[in-house]
Each structure stands twice: as C-alpha cells, then as structure tokens.
Design a protein around this ligand. Structure first.
Ligand code: ADP
Ligand code: ZN
Length: 622
C-alpha cells in the first residue's frame, strides 16, 4: 500500500505545499477528480489552479499527464514541484532521446507523479501507444483556451486532444484556463468533449491589481515615472509590440539605472533564456518584452505590468496583466496608448489571412479594448462586464475610481472634429486635422487649399493635446474609423449621424490630469502579519532580517540555478522575519513551508534567524 493512500487532500496541502487552507474551489475540484469526474474550470491567474491537479496526482496511483503549450517553461514548472518533493518530469521537443527513455521507464515502473508534455508530442502514435502501457491517473489540459479559435492563442495541435476521451474513457480529465469569454468557454467544452464535466467558474476579479490607462504623450518619460515614483526596485514586465522597440526601451531604462532586459523571438534561445532567468532569479529586474514572454511565468511577486501599446483584445490584456501580484499583494496594471496603436491594430486585422467572420470578431474585440481605454466607468466594472461578470459597485482601485472623471457636453466639439474630417476629404490623419482645426499656418494646408474651408481655425478653444483626446474618443465611439486603405485617414461612419445632425448628445470625457502621487508608495514588505511599524513585542517585522534571509535565499537559488521564489516566497520570508521561528517545529507552522522544504532548507534559515536574534538580544524577551 502506498503511503499516500492514508492522506487526505488537506494532508497533502499541508505536507507538500505547507498551506493551511484551500482556496475557493480547490478542495471541491480535487475531491471531484478523485471520485472520477471530468472538470472544466475557469479560474483567474494566481488562484491556484495547478494545485487542483497536482494534489490528485500525488493521491491517485499512476502518473498525471499535464498537457501544456509552454515548452520553454516546463523546466521551471518541474523544478518548482520537485522542490516540494513531488516526482515530476517533462517531455518536449527539447528533451534528448536518452532522457526521454529514462523518463518513460520511471513512468512504467509507477515512479512518476507528474509528467508534463507538449501537445504535439502527446499526439504522436508512438507516444499514445506508450501511454497505453502505463497507469495514468489523470489528464490535465492546461491553457485550455488554446483549443478554441475564438480564444486568443489558438494552437491547432490542441484540437486533437478531443480524442483522449475516446481513447481513455475511464481516466478523468481536467481542463483549465484563466481567460475565456462565454463563446470561447462553449467552444472549449465542445472541442474537448467535456459535456459531462463538472464546471467551475470562479470569479475573475483580481482585487489587488490596480488598473490605470493614460493617453500617450511621451511614453518613455511616462514609463520612467511609473517605475521611479511607484515601483522603484520592484520586478515588473513592460510589454511592447515590436522587437526593436523592446530593445530600445530596455536600453533606455538601463541608461536610467533601472536593471532591464529585453525578451523577444528575435533573440537567440540562449539570450532569451538568460534574460528570463535573470528576471526570475534576480531582485527588482524589469523585463521589456513582446507578448512572446510571460505565458506560464509563475513569479509570484511581479508588482506591475506596463503596456506601451494597445493589446489586441481584452482577453490578451487580462491575461497579461494577470501576471502581476499573484502573491495577492498590491500590484498595478498600467497602460499608455495612442491613436497610432489603433491604426496598427486595424491594419493587422485587415491584412490577416483570416476569413471575414474571423476579422469581424477581431474588430469586435478591438472595439471592446478601445471602449475599455476610453470609458468613463470604473475599469474593473468594464473588464469584468466584458467577461460576463457583474461588479455591483465601482472598485475604488482604478484610475477612474481614484481620480474621478468629468464629462462635458461635447456635441459641438464632436461636430467640429467630424466636419473637419469630412470637409478635408476623409483622407487625413489626426494630426493634420488638428492643425486645420487650430488654424495653423502650414504650407501643406495651404497647398490643399484647406485654409479656405469653414472648418479652418474653428477649434482654437482646445489645445492640440485636448483635440487628440477628442479624436481618440470619437474613434472609440466608432464615429470615426481609421481607413488603412487610404493611408490611415480618418473616415466618418454611419454611426456618427445622430451627433452630426444634433439629434443626440455626445458626452466627452475631459482629459485626466494624472496625479502620480495618488498611491502612497509605502514600501512595506509583504506578509500577512500586518503588524509593521511597531518597535518591540512579538509579531514585529524585522526588515534587516528579511534582507538577510533574501540574501541566503538568493545564494541557495543561484547554486541550484533555480528562481528564488521556488525556494520560498517573499511572503514566507516575511513571516520568518516576523515570527522568528526558533525550531523546525515552529517553522513548520509558517505558510509556504512544507515537509520537503523544511528538511532541505529549514536549518539553513533557522541559523540566520538565531544569529539575528542573538545579535539583537531578542532571546531575553521570552
Ligand atoms: P494559477 O495556475 O491559477 O495561475 P498557481 O497554481 O500558480 O496559480 O498558484 C498561484 C500561487 O498561489 C502559487 O504560488 C501557489 O503556491 C499559491 N497557492 C495555491 N494554492 C494555495 C493555497 N491553498 N494556499 C496558499 N497559497 C496557495
Ligand atoms: Zn474602479
């Protein structure tokens, strides 16, 4: 009999992971799998999805197959669970044949709890035949939205995963994803044949993430002040659309003494890996990346995600921003965007290979994205609403909630902007139209004879900056469309008619003045204790000790080429630095300390804590 026969899911949670309580849905899902059910779950990033299959993998006899498209991260995932004492391995296109053989052997002899595989490998005839020779406990299909063309990350290999239910009808399957709108969810259920699966849809809200959108004025200085004023020394991801820009921004940050590294598909594999590892293992590193980076990154203490370009869809955006603050501590999602981004996105959709229906959906998604940026409502309400969830009251933790929003009757202003686009022939971009509205004396305007038009100089009541905001809002409202077939000129749509004729009012959002000091940048370390700032007594947080523990962790991690958080999370170290455990037994009570980690690292950290206590005469208190 296996020792795990005697353990309950809760025992495993404590023994392996060092956690006291399940998070919402985890226990129900785990029990449901153990009794043989299929599961489909949509749970937000950081909600603890992996535990839902890792715990059954430990409890059930046989090997759990984890299907994941994230080849580059399998090593990291396997390292993490091995640190917990779970027997795990991965197989993908980068595995050497010799290694693969060894791994297959341990699966055959029942010596593997978790096996991560890439879908294309799983679906080869040879591998499927091999699967028939081993005992499989469970199939876990991670990033399940990849099966749907309506999702944002379609992988054709995923489509074949449907046959698992026919080939292995008695083995439970769990499909997991963090972001899928209703349409995509239905598609996943159908494609993976999960009609009989139990369905768990957790709230998508990430209350610890604060959302901010700014208009693009000078993106570099906007980014710099984000990092310097609100997140100095903290790890973050900056997303850009192009490879060149990624390199450029990383260099710019380095020149400003911020440790930044770029990551994109144009870098060779080794450089990419190197930069990723610096980010994962280092302290306060910024990674500047294209969206090639981030899928499956587990780093729990990313404090901000900055988008310097408009993401393609809200699904992308929500998934990317969801990488911040997995540890539950305050984090920020920051975006700056300009009309140029809209033009680029439109062009991408227009020139894509997809069918008309596909393009129509992409347009709808882009509209939703724009609507989010230009909305005058609580960002969180807009976001959650898009995913079909209702937040009753404004969140209080987004730029709109914090700074408020002022709208004015902008009907006349809108009419001026629209007529200017119309009278100049619907073939000019925003900047030219603004010059005309402001009555600028420019040769180009004279050459076209536009200084003779009635709209010339009728917009002097607003500044160029304000006019830009007006144009963005008109595009977001679909009154104007960027016409890529016509050099990106702004074209009127039929939707603007009621406003143009004065039948409907147009509410204009006044450009916000961004107040960088709105968040108090208190730099408390993370941890649940919440008794910071006192000078003595039990439960006082010792900042200096925390730093020493971090240094030790860093050395331990470096020796094993592991990311630091795989050893212990910051929140665990913060608890050490607060409760000052004096024995392994006391240490065992701290969140995030499981049996294996206790045996491996307990004494090392205890030593540091004892030394610190001695130096500071902390023993005499008790
Ligand atoms: P997801 O895959 O949903 O994004 P993870 O499985 O990576 O999330 O979990 C996010 C973090 O939360 C991890 O650091 C994990 O160890 C932690 N976690 C998961 N379940 C619990 C729990 N019950 N109690 C405390 N921490 C947990
Ligand atoms: Zn809000």
């Amino acid at each position: 009999m296996d020792i795990t026969d005697l353990l309950t899911p809760h025992d495993v949670l404590k023994k392996y992971f060092g956690y006291d309580n399940f998070r919402p849905y985890q226990e129900e899902i785990i029990n449901s799998i153990i009794t043989g059910n299929d599961i489909f779950t949509v749970m937000h990033t950081g909600s603890g999805k992996s535990l839902c299959y890792q715990i059954p993998a430990i409890l059930l006899p046989g090997t759990c197959l984890v299907i994941s498209p994230l080849i580059a991260l399998m090593q990291d995932q396997v390292d993490s669970v091995r640190q917990l004492g779970i027997k795990a391995a991965f197989l993908n296109s980068m595995s050497l044949p010799g290694d693969a053989l060894g791994i297959e052997r341990s699966a055959i002899s029942g010596d593997l709890d978790l096996l991560y595989v890439a879908p294309e490998r799983l679906m080869t005839d040879g591998f499927l035949a091999f699967l028939k020779t081993i005992k499989i406990s469970l199939f876990a299909i991670d990033e399940a939205h990849c099966v749907s063309q309506w999702g944002h990350d379609f992988r054709p290999e995923y489509l074949r995963l449907g046959i698992l239910s026919e080939m292995f009808p008695d083995i439970p399957r769990i499909a997991l994803t963090a972001t899928a709108d209703e349409f995509t969810r239905k598609d996943i259920i159908e494609k993976l044949q999960l009609e009989n699966a139990r369905y768990f849809l957790s709230g998508l809200d990430r209350p610890n993430i604060s959302y901010t959108v700014e208009a693009k004025n000078n993106e570099k200085s906007q980014l710099l002040s984000l990092i310097r004023d609100r997140h100095p020394g903290e790890p973050g991801i900056v997303y850009c659309t192009t490879r060149n820009k990624t390199d450029e921004i990383a260099e710019f940050l380095r020149k400003n003494e911020i440790p930044a590294y770029s990551y994109h598909a144009g870098l060779d594999r080794n450089t990419r890996l190197k930069h990723q590892n610096i980010f994962l293992q280092g302290d306060g590193i910024v990674i500047v990346a294209t969206i090639a980076f981030g899928m499956g990154i587990n780093k729990p203490d990313i404090r901000y995600i900055a988008h310097l370009n408009l993401p393609k869809t809200l699904e992308n955006y929500y998934q990317e921003t969801g990488r911040a603050g997995r540890d539950g501590e305050p984090a920020e999602a920051f975006m700056i965007y300009g009309l140029q981004d809209v033009a680029v996105l439109q062009q991408m959709i227009d020139t894509s290979e997809g069918e008309e229906e596909f393009k129509r959906i992409q347009y709808r998604k882009m509209d939703a994205m724009l609507g989010y940026c230009e909305s005058g409502h609580c960002r969180r309400q807009v976001l959650l609403g898009y995913f079909g969830e209702k937040l009753e009251t404004p969140c209080g933790n987004c730029d709109i909630c914090i700074n408020g929003i002022e709208t004015i009757d902008g009907t006349l202003i809108a009419q001026k902007a629209l007529s200017c686009a119309f009278r100049t022939g619907q073939m000019f971009g925003m900047n030219y139209l603004i010059d005309v509205l402001l009555g600028k004396s420019i040769e180009r305007i004279r050459n076209f004879g536009h200084d003779q038009l009635s709209v010339y100089g009728i917009g002097k009541e607003l500044s160029a900056l304000e006019w830009r905001s007006v144009f963005r809002q008109l595009v977001a409202a679909r009154f104007l469309k960027v016409d890529m077939a016509n050099k990106g000129g702004l074209r009127l749509t039929s939707q603007c008619r009621p406003v143009l004729t004065g039948k409907e009012k147009f509410l204009l959002r006044k450009e916000r003045v961004v107040n960088a000091k709105r968040r108090d940048s208190k730099k408390t370390p993370i941890g649940r204790s919440g008794v910071l700032g006192q000078s003595s007594g039990p439960g006082v947080y010792h900042a200096e000790l925390f730093e020493r523990l971090k240094t030790t962790r860093y050395e331990l991690a470096r020796k094993q080429s592991l990311p630091a958080y795989v050893i212990f999370h910051n929140s665990t170290l913060a608890e050490f630095a607060t409760f000052l455990p004096d024995s392994l037994k006391e240490m065992r009570n701290i969140i995030g300390v499981g049996q294996t980690k206790l045996e491996k690292y307990g004494e090392i950290f205890l030593e540091i804590i004892r030394e610190y206590k001695q130096e500071n005469n902390l023993y005499q208190d008790d």
